[in-house]
Design a binder for this molecule. Structure first.
Ligand code: B12
Ligand code: SF4
Length: 644
């Protein structure tokens, strides 16, 4: 019978694996609804371990939105570790949901959230464990419809063979529309079978069904065209945008993890989208325009969330939280409200130019004073102009010194390596910057024990950004520059010991690059890697560069392309990109101009505060920038928490 629990068969296996707690479910605010009470059953998957997947904001939102519907239920499933996967295969038990341990294969829809491309092999593993045919074309009407969402779904071509649909953009309303379509099709007796269901889904705004689009390639390996194979599906698929976020105050009752997780605090997304225009940032580009929640909306989400979870720390999240038009007032009024309750507030990394010490003090008034994180991203002023993250060295030193002078002892600085036009010198300037930060910080604070950590990630060019045409730096280039940087930091021992350096080698970035800008041909590489044991590619202990390069060579050579063709090759202006038929709203011409301006070191301003520069998003999607100040203030409330 569908929807039966597999728990009695799973329980003996849990006793034999590491961290079984991650598989048992029953978290505070998790939900289990009776199977037969609803028409549409969703399994929602984060294709990584529980500890990374549970706190994921996007999936938590969709879980609640779906479970609020009387006609639907949603349960969660995460990637299982290889130890349990092995036992499940031996015992013949399939991929299960943690909420009520139902078989994923029994659900109508399997929604997968792809925040990172490195989760693709975990999708294949989950499909195989679930007993769902790996290739979408082999599935019959009893198999769940596999729907991909999340930022990586803006180029789902590498996983086009394995997913039935991809949803572009915000999911809150899209999951409702998909539920309506599936429900109607089931209630009508499944007319036309699976193909008809997919055709109906392809007509839902924001839903892309790859099988209805054919890709052709030229002799040089480049795509010559993507054409639809039915005329009742759109030629290009646009993205979904939720305009009034106050109407979608999710998650209202956030999940509280049972096992250790990467993010153990309550999160409130204070706005969505970002128009700062950092050219490397896919998240900023594809989530335009900026849509702020009101101060009162945020205030009530925090109040409700704290009551529902018992957390004592609230993260005010977004792509650049200090840019919220009412952030100062928000921080002060929240600090007043939670005075004496040990409730801490925090922002993720702050732009150097948006930091102010009053804000930072207000945020930490009732809680711990956590470290401060800034993201200058580029080591030299020149490269910061190229990436449109303009902040002068003087501003950076002044800001960080102010923080040290005001009692912060730890500052983290995020940078990238391998940016377009980057030279060794640009990267070596990170060492100079960090050295000056420590010198100025010691002077400003009068202390010797201050620390600065530089954290460096390899840059991966992403679709729907001005850098989508750029040549990715090779792993060797990245490794060479990072070695030189380490030597430069350690050159002055007296300063060097106050500077920490965190980085990864360049290899995983190359594979992320292949998966980010790949086309349908890359699906074969993913499948081969998975067949040869590839799982958890975001984890250094599981990632094998050799497995990926060997699979890429074997699968791509017969097609006349290779790993370098997808990664270190610069694209021509008019090359058809694999995602050209997927519309984020950004005009391709505008993106190209912005790429040319990047090469010329010219900056672009933020359209939140300056006139619109016609990137294309608002007219295409009928949206607009939505910012305060609203002039409202937080109502007095009786706070919860110890000491209240
Ligand atoms: C901005 C960001 C942050 C910000 C704010 C996060 C936030 N607002 O939730 C901050 C700095 C706080 C942050 C922190 C962390 N992050 Co972060 N973050 C991101 C980033 C760039 C965007 C996430 C975002 O905007 N979330 C907002 C939510 C509402 O949007 P969403 O998840 O995209 O979901 C919406 C839609 O996409 C859609 N959707 C999503 N999935 C699906 C599925 C279906 C079926 C459908 C229909 C729709 C749909 O519907 C949702 C609602 O509209 C992602 C990368 C990316 N491009 O997605 C990394 C990312 C998720 N973060 C990552 C990590 C590692 C972290 C940290 C653990 C870092 C750390 N060491 O502390 C923490 C953990 C935080 C947490 N809550 O889990 C990793 C996760 C790696 C992994 N293995 O999966 C990512 C993928 C970055 C990366 N490439 O490494 N992060
Ligand atoms: S269309 Fe104009 S206002 Fe809208 S995001 Fe683009 S530049 Fe900004």
């Amino acid at each position: 019978m569908n929807g039966q629990t597999l728990y009695p068969r799973l329980e003996p296996l849990f006793a034999q694996v590491q961290k079984p707690i991650q598989y048992v479910g029953g978290e505070l605010n998790s939900q289990v609804k009776p199977w037969d009470d609803v028409a549409v059953h969703w399994a929602l998957m984060y294709p990584d371990a529980y500890e990374v997947g549970l706190p994921n904001q996007g999936l938590m939102i969709l879980y609640e939105v779906l479970n609020e519907r009387p006609d639907a239920l949603a349960e969660r499933t995460y990637a299982v570790w290889p130890d349990l996967a092995g036992l499940m295969r031996e015992a013949g038990v399939g991929q299960f949901t943690v909420d009520s341990h139902r078989a994923v294969a029994d659900f109508d829809v399997l929604g997968v959230s792809f925040a990172t491309e490195l989760g693709y092999t975990n999708l294949l593993e989950a499909l195989d464990l679930a007993g769902i045919p790996l290739h979408a074309v082999d599935r019959d009407e009893d198999s769940p419809v596999v729907v991909a969402g999340g930022h990586a779904a803006f180029n789902p071509e590498p996983v086009a063979d394995f997913v039935d649909c991809a949803v572009l953009g915000d999911g809150e309303q899209a999951v409702g529309d998909i539920t309506d379509v599936v429900k109607a099709w089931k209630q009508q007796g499944r007319p036309g079978g699976r193909v008809e269901l997919l055709a109906r889904l392809a007509r839902v705004d924001g839903v892309y069904v790859p099988r209805f689009y054919a890709v052709s390639y030229g002799p040089d390996g480049a795509i010559t065209g993507v054409t639809r194979t039915r005329d009742d599906v759109p030629a290009t698929v646009g993205k979904r945008t939720v305009m009034d976020l106050d109407e979608w105050p999710y998650p209202k009752t956030p999940l509280v993890p049972l096992a250790e997780s990467v993010h153990e605090r309550m999160s409130v997304e204070i706005f969505r989208g970002c128009t700062r225009g950092c050219r490397f940032c896919q998240a900023g580009m594809i989530t335009r325009p900026v849509r702020e929640r009101t101060i009162t909306g945020i205030g009530s989400m925090i109040d409700q969330g704290l009551r529902a979870t018992g957390y004592q720390e609230v993260g005010l999240l977004s792509l650049s939280s200090a840019d919220h038009s009412e952030i100062g007032q928000l921080a002060t009024e929240l600090a007043d409200r939670y005075e004496g309750t040990n409730t801490g507030l925090s922002l993720p990394s702050t732009r150097v130019d948006a930091f102010n010490v009053t804000l930072a003090n207000e945020l930490s008034r009732n809680g711990r004073r956590s470290g401060l994180t800034f993201a200058p991203e580029g080591g030299s002023e020149r490269i910061r102009r190229v990436i449109n993250k303009t902040v002068s060295k003087e501003d950076l030193i002044r800001t960080v010194s102010t923080a040290y002078a005001n009692g912060w002892t730890q500052v983290k600085l995020y940078f990238m390596c391998g940016l377009p036009t980057e030279t060794d010198e640009d990267v070596l300037e990170i060492a100079e910057l960090a050295t000056e930060v420590i010198r100025a910080g010691r002077e400003a604070s009068g202390r010797k024990d201050i620390r600065c950590t530089v954290s460096i990630g390899g840059f991966v060019p992403k679709p729907h950004t001005p850098f989508q045409w750029a040549a990715q730096a090779s792993a060797e280039t990245i490794d060479h520059r990072l070695r030189a940087l380490r030597a430069a930091i350690n050159a002055d021992r007296k300063i060097g010991r106050s500077i920490g350096m965190r980085y990864h080698d360049g290899k995983p970035g190359v594979i992320e690059g292949l998966l980010s800008r790949g086309d349908r041909r890359v699906g074969r590489v993913i499948e081969r890697v998975w067949r040869e044991g590839g799982r958890f590619d975001g984890w250094s202990e599981h990632f094998s560069f050799e497995r990926w390069t060997a699979a890429a060579a074997a699968e791509l050579a017969p097609l006349g392309v290779d790993l370098d063709w997808f990664t270190t090759r610069e694209r021509e202006e008019h090359e058809v990109l694999p995602w050209d038929h997927l519309d984020s709203g950004l005009d391709k011409e505008w993106l190209w101009e912005d790429w040319q301006e990047a090469l010329a070191g010219e900056e672009v301003s933020d359209c939140r505060w300056t006139p619109c520069y016609d990137c294309g998003v608002c007219p295409t999607n009928g949206t607009e920038i939505q910012i305060g100040p609203t002039g409202r203030s937080l109502l007095p409330l009786t706070p919860v928490g110890p000491g209240a």
